[in-house]
Design a protein around this ligand. Sequence first.
Ligand SMILES: N[C@@H](CCC(=O)N[C@@H](CS)C(=O)NCC(=O)O)C(=O)O
Length: 221
Amino acid sequence: MHRLYHVPLSPFCRKVRLVLAEKKIEVELVEERYWEKRKDFLLLNPAGMVPVLRADGLVLAESTAICEYLEEMHPEPALMPKKPGERAEVRRLIFWFDDKFHREVTANLLYERINKKITQSGHPDSGNVKAGSRNIKFHLDYMGWLLEQRRWLAGDKLTLADFAAAAHLSCLDYIRDVDWDRSRVVREWYATIKSRPAFRSLLADNIAGFPQPPHYADLDF
Ligand SMILES: N[C@@H](CCC(=O)N[C@@H](CS)C(=O)NCC(=O)O)C(=O)O
């Protein structure tokens, strides 16, 4: 069986969990407190980051490399389109969320409010939190603009790009940082993706010291 070293409120780990679940690949989840820098974990991934996936005798790191590996090993259901141009659009959006959104929003909200406390590395910086709250509006508007033209973020079909975005938003939703009233289409997109069986494990997460808010697992949030 595959084994995923993860933390529950990590967008990168959640993206991999969504792909594993969508492809119905059984996985053992192992919580890795990466900030403790466990020697055996550093031997698996010298970068010291989660997610790390053990699969088929391999040790895989970097969430997008892991997702593409899973896509190649388990092509059905497909989460990447066939045409090169469409694949490029999926990769652009994965990068958008894992780089730009992560830097401008996730790091400023989730890492300030939650990770600092869990890893005992200081108090939230109110300037960063304010910046995150401001920046998320632009990102929700951009998603809304895409979804006015497309059924899913990268085109007509659900792809890795949707899981990348949903992974970030689900973490922020857990800490009540998403204004779902800002865009009807974004809310509908999230309601649709949230109701997939692949999302169930994420909705069951409960983080010690940070109880799950009532709307988080509600499909009619
Ligand atoms: N580019 C990496 C980012 C992974 C990442 O930043 N993981 C965080 C947890 S959300 C981590 O392990 N941070 C530890 C560190 O930066 O030392 C990926 O896509 O897997």
